[in-house]
Design a protein around this ligand. Structure first.
Ligand SMILES: [Fe+2]
Length: 209
């Protein structure tokens, strides 16, 4: 293949891709929010995407199990492949696995507190974790951070739709300035009894701007 011909093939393929690309409406980015003081200072030995079960422990974490899943997308709705997705949250008593957490020693040792995974080829991520609970000064929330392979980092938090505490939470209010941003960070929970008795589930796409 001559260089000129190869170039023509490449240009032709590129033009074809452009023509095939659907006209996505631009998506609203997931608003960024503070990382807060409880991002781990050291990572747990088990940091997979099942926070309810710690490897090597018989006990399951206390609390309501939440199946959290979704896709990491760019502003055009295209999958962001291979992004590192991290979540961290307090246990069912409102205690983080963090040295700065007062009462840290009372925390639920069966709760992993932090987990991470790489989004798959179509941008999908999933965690088995807990429905978040409130602690003094904050509405229930799950912290998350997404780092793409191109170096973009989004740090934010998910909340529970319908929690009256959301409107009193300054971090939530600052992030949910319009209804489309609110939709990005409020989890609508549905029973997931088919998946796991007593559990709830939600799908939250994360749009990295
Ligand atoms: Fe927090």
């Amino acid at each position: 293949m001559t260089n000129t011909f190869r170039r023509a093939v490449i240009v032709g393929a590129g033009a074809g891709l452009l023509a095939m690309r659907p006209a996505y409406a631009a998506l609203v980015a997931t608003p960024s929010q503070t990382e807060g003081p409880f991002y781990p200072t050291s990572f747990p030995a088990d940091m997979d995407n099942d926070l309810v079960q710690v490897r090597g422990q018989a006990a399951r974490a206390m609390g309501t199990v939440l199946h959290l899943q979704g896709r990491v997308l760019d502003l055009n709705g295209r999958a962001v492949q291979g992004a590192l997705v991290e979540i961290w949250q307090c246990d069912s008593q409102g205690l983080y696995d963090h040295p700065r957490q007062p009462g840290h020693e009372r925390r639920d040792q069966a709760f992993q507190g932090y987990g991470r995974m790489l989004a798959s080829g179509d941008g999908t991520y999933s965690f088995r974790t807990l429905k978040p609970v409130a602690y003094p000064g904050r509405a229930p929330h799950i912290h998350f951070k997404v780092a793409t392979s191109t170096g973009r980092v989004l740090t934010s938090q998910f909340y529970v739709a319908g929690e009256p505490g959301n409107e009193r939470d300054g971090v939530f209010r600052a992030a949910a300035r319009d209804p489309r941003q609110r939709e990005r960070i409020e989890m609508r929970l549905a029973p997931a009894s088919g998946l796991e008795p007593g559990a709830v589930a939600t799908t939250m796409d994360i749009v990295v701007g």
